[in-house]
Design a protein around this ligand. Structure first.
Ligand SMILES: [Zn+2]
Ligand SMILES: [Zn+2]
Length: 140
């Protein structure tokens, strides 16, 4: 992970504050059906690893979205905060929450084959289909 130092962020209403100690500066977008249902559009996030802390944690509701992951949101304003892997507590944090975005690079798009045709990003990114992802992570 190419960390560029700590990042700070907050939800829309300010009742949840986030500190990511070693975030990536690479932005990913997920076009899967769950992310689009959750957020109304693709989920854009940065991988913040496990070194993440929250102020106002009592304002976070965690939704158990699958066997392997859960999604957190602010219970006061509804801001989407993170997608988190249950096994290792790796946090993909919604990029829009962070204060400083100048060093960020849009790097990859996943589930590109699930993207509806009415939109597409013009950035040059590394794109993966569901099949690519399965082949990369599935123990075969
Ligand atoms: Zn909030
Ligand atoms: Zn997704």
């Amino acid at each position: 992970m190419t960390g560029t130092g700590k990042k700070f962020g907050s939800c829309l209403c300010g009742s949840v504050h986030i500190t990511a100690n070693n975030p990536s500066n690479k932005v990913g977008a997920c076009h899967c059906g769950m992310c689009r249902k959750w957020g109304g559009g693709p989920f854009m996030e940065i991988d913040c690893g496990t070194e993440v802390s929250f102020d106002g944690e009592e304002n976070i509701t965690v939704y158990d979205s699958s066997e392997w992951a859960e999604r957190g949101f602010c219970k006061n304003c509804g801001s989407h905060l993170f997608y988190r892997l249950k096994e290792n507590k790796q946090h993909m944090i919604a990029v829009g929450l962070f204060d400083n975005q100048e060093d960020l690079v849009f790097e990859n798009q996943v589930f590109i084959d699930k993207k509806p045709s009415f939109y597409s990003f013009s950035n040059k990114t590394k794109d993966m289909t569901e099949k690519d992802i399965f082949e990369m992570y599935a123990p075969t």
